[in-house]
Design a protein around this ligand. Sequence first.
Ligand SMILES: NC(=O)c1ccc[n+]([C@@H]2O[C@H](COP(=O)([O-])OP(=O)(O)OC[C@H]3O[C@@H](n4cnc5c(N)ncnc54)[C@H](OP(=O)(O)O)[C@@H]3O)[C@@H](O)[C@H]2O)c1
Length: 473
Amino acid sequence: MSHPVPNYFRPLGDTGIRCHPLGFGCYRIAEGVAEHESSLREYLGQGGNLIDTSANYTDGRSESLVGKALSSDGALGTVVVTKAGYIQGQNMTLAQQQSFPEVVEYGEGIWHCIHPRFLETQLRASCRRLKRDRVDVFLLHNPEYFLSHQAHHRTPTPQDHQEFYRRVGQAFSFLEEQAKEGRIGWYGISSNHYGLGSADPTMTSVQRCLRQAVRISSAHRFRVVQLPLNLYESGGALERNNDGLTALEFCRREGLGVLINRPLNAFWANRMFRLADFRGHGQGTDGPRDLELLVGPLRRLERSLADRMKIPLLGGPDFGLAGLILQIAPQVRAASDWDWVVERYLAPPLQQWIQDCQKVCQGQDFWEEWQQRFFQTIRAVLEGLERYSLSRQQEVSDRIRGLLEECGYPGNRASLSQIAMSLLLNLKGVSCVLNGMRRVSYVQDALGAVGLPPVDALSILQEFSRRRPALPG
Ligand SMILES: NC(=O)c1ccc[n+]([C@@H]2O[C@H](COP(=O)([O-])OP(=O)(O)OC[C@H]3O[C@@H](n4cnc5c(N)ncnc54)[C@H](OP(=O)(O)O)[C@@H]3O)[C@@H](O)[C@H]2O)c1
């Protein structure tokens, strides 16, 4: 007996599919990572039914994880969206062996292709990894690489656009055949450029893509588009770049399902913001004094060595690792950046300094003991630094929340991530918001966004987009 579809499920355009308002985004998800598998199972267990992946996510291991989870769970009625177009990793090896036509050699290790001969290989590989003989929705993955590549050399011309849409049309003809043979249900395009202004020479138009499909058949199966949309990148809801309509309005008029990606990763002023809470809303921000306190034990330990052994500190008198950290920490924007900051900026001078000290102090008990305490202290300081960075990120999140409230969002106790996703869910024309919920706690947080009270999301987004430059740079 099949279960009735919950009433908060939404139509995916005219496909007849009804999907959960939140989709499980599989970017950076891989088979073999237990936490990713648990998160996907949690999502499915909580009633989620739309999974978005791609042939190139973690070089195919994302699709393999989906295949594994769905085959063991049965998960009947789960809608699987996958994409093709990127030539990286194992696809690069394939492309070098088979030399596909119309490859865009975008950069070192990153090529792109939407030619049917390449798409054929991708569809076959995706079905194998997904353990399905049919993909529900198959999307061309960022075909705008063609235009962006042109833009590296010169401004794309109308002829470039004509060629771009010809290639899209050629891919669509192939996808129509696959749909007839039952290997895909519906097809479409995921483009990061659907929300750009019409004046942007790399903007992609849903309307022109649709025209290509209509040219092939009036009963075409082009029914799904995907685009980024968040508080900072709101072009899909605000730019009138399709026949005087926004991408969302146009898709709604034409019966196209819309999947939103990157709801929390907002790119603005050459900087990525995470629209989420980091250590609890309104807990105050750590400043220079907190940083001084944090590195205090390290500073004292370094001085004790300098005094006892008459050794210069790393970087000169009164500097040391503590001084280096005080210099670097305010520039670290995210707690997750600390791994590479340590690797690149702290570990090399530290290693050199320890080697220099070793030459002077080797064999002395004080030195052996001191080293042990020093490395223990470094570990504690690094944990503290992560907390320090989280608090700085939270400061940005608190300011975004404050600005949202000034723009008309009613104050509530929801997390910023829930608010950011709920706003998108309240925009007319959005079928499903995809979220990279690769931790169980993210799944639980995300699903909480569905129950937030409705708001006039478009007005809030319009107002927010007028004011957002005032936010920290
Ligand atoms: N061109 C395309 O077709 C395209 C582009 C982008 C995305 N997508 C699709 O859209 C999905 C969503 O986009 P995304 O994963 O890039 O961005 P997102 O959903 O905005 O999430 C961004 C990051 O935020 C963290 N996060 C996720 N949920 C959270 C929560 N509830 N609270 C706090 N932090 C949270 C995760 O990072 P950590 O795990 O590192 O903390 C995640 O990777 C992707 O997974 C993919 O399926 C498609």
